[in-house]
Design a protein around this ligand. Structure first.
Ligand SMILES: Nc1ncnc2c1ncn2[C@@H]1O[C@H](COP(=O)(O)OP(=O)(O)OP(=O)(O)O)[C@@H](O)[C@H]1O
Ligand SMILES: [Mg+2]
Length: 155
């Protein structure tokens, strides 16, 4: 089940993030990919705010994993600089199957380590501030989310 969300500007990306944040539950995993500078971190910031994180959320490119506390924990990762064996050393399942939400930037680089059920998003530049966000729900819970997004106007 895959759809596309068109964001004409940053507010469109924020709206998607806020919607998904409203559905956050322990064990939620969002796997983000996309062009360099497309908005993976911007999406994550809006999502964090949506679940009540008050701290400033920065790009985790150098820290690899940052943990925040909102209504539930948020584990924000960027695996761009890691090889799959290095990522495997981190014991990511502790996060994926933990009490919070995990957002992984550049998730496709560690595809073999991702949990079997997740929401996959690919953010692509459309020119200027416009973005096309391809969204795929893997597993029944995420497939239901994708259907709900479709009802909200994603196609
Ligand atoms: N529609 C949009 N959605 C998201 N960000 C947007 C949009 N329009 C403009 N921007 C801007 O694009 C930039 C996106 O940067 P961001 O760091 O979020 O990208 P990224 O995908 O995380 O990059 P990286 O590949 O380095 O991790 C921000 O400066 C943001 O303000
Ligand atoms: Mg980023």
């Amino acid at each position: 089940m895959a759809i596309e969300w068109t964001a004409n500007d940053e507010s469109g990306t924020v709206r998607l993030a806020e919607t998904l944040a409203g559905w956050a539950a322990p064990g939620t995993v969002l796997a983000l990919d996309g062009d360099l500078g497309a908005g993976k971190t911007r999406f994550s910031q809006a999502y964090a705010r949506g679940i009540g994180v008050k701290d400033v959320v920065n790009s985790p490119t150098f820290t690899i994993i940052k943990e925040y506390q909102g209504a539930l924990p948020l584990y924000h990762m960027d695996v761009y600089r890691l090889s799959e064996p290095e990522a495997d050393e981190l014991g990511l399942d502790e996060y994926f199957f933990g009490d919070g939400v995990t957002i992984v930037e550049w998730a496709s680089l560690i595809e073999a380590l991702l949990p079997p059920e997740r929401l996959e998003m690919y953010i692509a530049h459309l020119g200027g501030d416009a973005r096309r966000i391809a969204i795929k729900g893997i597993g029944p819970r995420y497939a239901a989310w994708v259907r709900d997004l479709q009802r909200m106007g994603a196609r």
